[in-house]
Design a protein around this ligand. Structure first.
Ligand code: ZN
Length: 499
């Protein structure tokens, strides 16, 4: 075997074990009996150890080096480009996995599992002091992580790279600043427009069987392949890939509100369509793997928001939904649409609407950078959080549980992750605008609930490339320009009839 073939084989082997771990993880969240938890953790640990050994073995480094020194040319230009991209991505993964000393990996695993417990208790009691020493420890460890991985300008870049390859603070900061500056004056106007209907109008009884039937129908209309995927019920919705042609989505149901499971399914099915659109022939290699969190999240948000919260979508689906749920009798389409697009400042990020959501991310992104650089001391976090929150949202923070203790990310050592949510939002708006420009008749197709042309465009421009380009390059290629906040802001204004 040539070094390239050896890398291909090892990469597929590791992907095979990773997909088995996904299956175990999915089962754990869906059907596993509660007493099986301890042994399941052991199984997951065994698989993680195995894949780590296989992917960081010295021979892998030798194969990569030899491909870098001399990659045998192929007759086919496309195949040559594919190989070069795979080798580049293997190098990236190998360096990131091998640069962390084993001691640091173990210390992070141990600290985060304990700090998660401490965080849960601190949040329950709204007692920041209970979590503060853990956050200190985690910050010290992630700073060490960033040093080991390396960076050019600031340690935060080293962390960001793990979630969004190629993203840099110096480029994100102006985009986030533009977004925040424009959103702040816009929000009171959106709040006024959407606040005219009483949310209680949507309360009613929506039997779960009816919700499931509707969700399945919408996901199928989007193009989700049920012969290569499923939807199950869990406490926390997610989408997971278990190998080619096997993608699992989950959602949760509330009998009093069908919209939360429907938008949840549209969101997860958006992730699922990306997964189903990855090239099967490259499965197990970088070219058959999703690119970044910000790109993944752009696919889910595009289907959930640009498609699912549009007036066109509901003009088609509302009559169908009303037939399913008599609870909606007497609620006109226009009022229903305002209710599912209601903008209102709130404390909890995961419950926020699509407009204010991004201010929650701006806040976290600013604070994370200051914590990592040491500019903000952990002890001063609640005060800094509350002051900035009030500036951004014009409402005070009642307690730390609804303030700086609300998210699990920091307790798990996930620092540098938050900005990818807003990158997803901005990517989604810019990609959707490009699709509307590039696909003839797309608007009419969407009005008729014909989503195939939109899906084809996403497959061609995003899904089929896997990790061939960086996220920045991919957005540039698909939309003709680098990422900007304008498209999302224009989308919001157009949606609510503002200029
Ligand atoms: Zn998502």
């Amino acid at each position: 075997m040539t070094p390239y073939e050896s890398l291909q084989q090892r990469s597929r082997e590791v992907a095979g074990f990773n997909s088995m771990a996904s299956l175990l993880g999915w089962d754990q969240e869906t059907y596993m009996p509660p007493k099986a938890g301890a042994y399941r953790a052991e199984q997951m640990g065994q698989l993680a150890g195995l894949t780590h050994r296989l992917s960081t073995a010295p021979e892998v480094g030798d194969w990569i080096k030899s491909c870098e020194d001399h990659l045998p040319p192929c007759a086919d230009e496309e195949e040559t480009a594919v190989r070069a991209a795979n080798v580049r991505e293997w190098r990236r993964d190998y360096d990131r996995a091998t640069r962390l000393p084993g001691r640091l990996v173990e210390e992070l695993a141990r600290t985060t599992s304990l700090s998660r417990e401490a965080w849960m208790e601190a949040r329950r009691e709204s007692n920041f002091a209970g979590f503060a020493p853990w956050l200190e420890k985690i910050l010290a460890l992630v700073r060490e992580q960033a040093e080991a991985w390396g960076y050019n300008t600031c340690a935060y870049d080293g962390l960001l790279e793990g979630y969004e390859p190629g993203a840099r603070v110096a480029e994100l900061n102006p985009v986030f600043a533009d977004l925040q500056k424009a959103l702040t004056p816009l929000l009171p106007r959106l709040q006024k427009i959407t606040g005219v209907v009483d949310p209680a109008r949507l309360e009613g009884n929506y039997p779960i069987a009816g919700q499931q039937a509707l969700n399945w129908r919408v996901a199928a209309a989007m193009g989700f392949d049920f012969e290569a995927g499923r939807i199950d019920t869990t406490v926390h919705p997610f989408c997971t890939e278990m190998g080619p042609r096997d993608c699992r989505l989950t959602t949760r149901y509330h009998e009093a509100d069908f919209t939360s499971s429907l938008f949840g399914v549209m969101h997860e099915a958006g992730h699922g369509l990306y997964t189903q659109g990855l090239p099967v022939e490259h499965f197990g290699t970088p070219l058959g793997t999703f690119l970044s969190l910000g790109i993944h999240e752009s696919q889910s948000r595009l289907w959930e928001n640009q498609v699912g919260r549009s007036p066109e979508f509901w003009r088609h689906w509302y009559p169908i939904v009303r037939e399913q749920f008599p609870a909606l009798d007497g609620l006109p389409l226009e009022e229903f649409w305002l209710l599912v697009n209601r903008v209102k400042p709130s404390h909890i990020r995961v419950e926020a609407d699509e407009a204010t959501y991004n201010l929650h991310i701006v806040l976290r992104y600013e604070i994370e950078q200051r914590l990592v650089s040491g500019d903000l001391a952990v002890a001063d976090l609640p005060e800094a959080w509350n002051a900035r929150f009030e500036e951004l949202f014009q409402i005070p923070v009642p307690d730390d549980a609804r303030g700086c203790l609300q998210d699990t990310h920091w307790s798990l050592g996930l620092i540098g992750y938050f900005p990818t949510y807003t990158l997803g939002t901005l990517n989604a708006a810019q990609l959707f605008a490009a699709a509307l420009r590039q696909v003839p008749g797309l608007e009419a197709d969407l009005q008729q609930a014909n989503y195939a042309p939109l899906l084809r465009w996403l497959q061609d421009n995003i899904h089929r490339h896997g990790r061939r380009y960086s996220p920045g390059e991919l957005i540039q290629r698909a939309t003709g320009e680098p990422l900007r906040a304008t498209y999302f802001l224009d989308y919001l204004k157009a949606k609510y009839g503002l200029t």
